[in-house]
Design a protein around this ligand. Structure first.
Ligand SMILES: [Zn+2]
Ligand SMILES: [Zn+2]
Length: 436
């Protein structure tokens, strides 16, 4: 131990914390579920994914596995979400959340345990896959439940484990906080979650202090015009031309209205209008996704989208009662803001045993941001490395590259990820319970 550089007092503290973390690591490894149980959980969950809001089987399976442990289950948290609570004396209340939903993706990992699950969606059999790693999240969560239960003499406080539906569609966390049963859950002091990170290696934990994942808004816009003959544009107001101007003009919001230090994205993902070449239609619809971090930038984007649309329509000759319609869909989620002070504690707890990697913010969304209640409860989402060294080297030689999250080829090295992640989360929880 290289403690000679430190003054006596700090050296003692450092030595003590290393001993304590070493003791925790050994105890955690002993208390963890046997590897064959973890693999059984993962195999079951991986082979039987369910789409967002439909996770009845997944939720029942998790509860069944929790039964031998001393957790109190609280159901009816919206869709299939539930909480498992372990009250273990006077101390802090810590929340740890997993998500449960899969995606409409046809698995292409080539694994013997690949999902062949399908479900009827829009009158078609749709394949389902855990392409976002929520099966890793759940297997780790079960393993942490078991570990923290086995180690309950080592900590005091209340552990609130949340299994959440419908993360992929931004409905699950909202459903939990809208549910009456949420009142039965003690208010957490701190909150944690993992998310698999497709480009980090097993043993690497990604940290992004502050804004880490973006606020997400989805908006449908209808731009009106006056329909007519394609050969007589002077008698019509062409909504296709208006839509083209609008799409071009709104690109100036990010580049010219927002501070460059506050990233945002406006993507028009769909445009629909018209039928044939010689008819000017009467309306065009656009579908947008808007990503932002600060509430100020989000508000400014929404305001500018309307101002630009209204002014272009007026300039084209539309009346004030014919301005575009802006429908903000009921799918908005706030950004994930990782608490700086909680991040510092977690890094201190985890650095002795894991590789802490700084990760830049992403414009992808995650409804874990809702749990922090406008950042009033310190919360942290840690990126979890999932690739073995061999896998990473193989992918880098492959023209398809490293499969991203939501890719049909997403193939975490689950046999090593689950015990590593369990040890990391149990280490973090024990540290936060023991150092409130
Ligand atoms: Zn996802
Ligand atoms: Zn996810």
């Amino acid at each position: 131990m290289t403690i000679v550089k430190h003054s006596g007092f700090f050296a003692l503290l450092l030595a003590f914390s290393l001993v304590a973390s070493g003791q925790n690591s050994t105890a955690i490894r002993k208390a963890m579920a046997p590897q064959k149980d973890a693999i059984t959980w993962y195999t079951h969950l991986h082979q039987q994914p369910e789409l967002s809001t439909q996770e009845a089987g997944t939720s029942a399976y998790l509860k069944q596995q929790l039964r031998p442990m001393g957790y109190t289950i609280i159901d009816s948290l919206g869709y299939h979400s539930f909480a498992a609570i372990l009250r273990n004396g006077k101390g802090p209340t810590l929340l740890y959340r997993t998500d449960m939903d899969g995606l409409p993706v046809k698995e292409a990992t080539g694994w013997p345990i690949a999902s062949t699950q399908t479900t009827l969606k829009d009158n078609e059999q749709t394949p389902i896959m855990h392409a976002c790693g929520h099966d890793i999240h759940m297997s780790t969560w079960l393993n942490v439940a078991q570990t923290m239960y086995a180690l309950r003499k080592e900590w005091k406080g209340t552990l609130v484990l949340i299994a959440q539906s419908a993360e992929e569609v931004g409905k699950g966390a909202k459903g939990i906080f809208a549910a009456k049963a949420w009142n039965q859950i003690p208010l957490p002091d701190k909150q944690l979650a993992f998310h698999t990170n497709a480009s980090l290696e097993v043993g690497q934990l990604g940290f992004c202090d502050g804004y880490a994942m973006a606020a997400v808004d989805m908006m449908n816009i209808t731009i009106y015009g006056k329909g007519g003959h394609g050969a007589e544009p002077q008698k019509a107001i062409d909504p296709i031309l208006l839509a083209a101007q609008y799409i071009t003009e709104i690109q100036s919001i990010v580049s010219r209205n927002l501070p460059p230090s506050d990233p945002a994205v406006i993507t028009v993902g769909a445009i629909n209008g018209g039928t044939v070449g010689n008819v000017i239609p009467s309306e065009v619809t656009l579908k947008l996704t808007i990503r932002s971090y600060s509430p100020e930038s989000r508000a400014l984007i929404l305001q500018r989208l309307k101002t630009i649309g209204d002014q272009l329509a007026l300039a084209a000759g539309m009346e004030v009662n014919q301005l575009p319609k802006y429908d903000l869909l009921d799918m908005s989620i706030p950004p994930v803001f990782n608490s700086l002070s909680l991040g510092a504690s977690l890094k201190k707890a985890l650095a002795p045993s894991f590789t802490i990697v700084p990760v830049v913010p992403t414009m992808i969304g995650e409804d874990f941001g809702i749990y922090s209640k406008q950042n009033t409860i310190p919360s942290y989402l840690i990126w979890l490395g999932v690739l073995s060294k061999n896998q990473k080297e193989g992918y880098l030689k492959d023209s398809l590259g490293i499969p991203s999250l939501h890719s049909a080829r997403f193939a975490p090295d689950y046999t090593t990820v689950i015990p590593t992640a369990t040890e990391a989360m149990a280490t973090a929880l024990l540290y936060l319970f023991q150092n409130p």
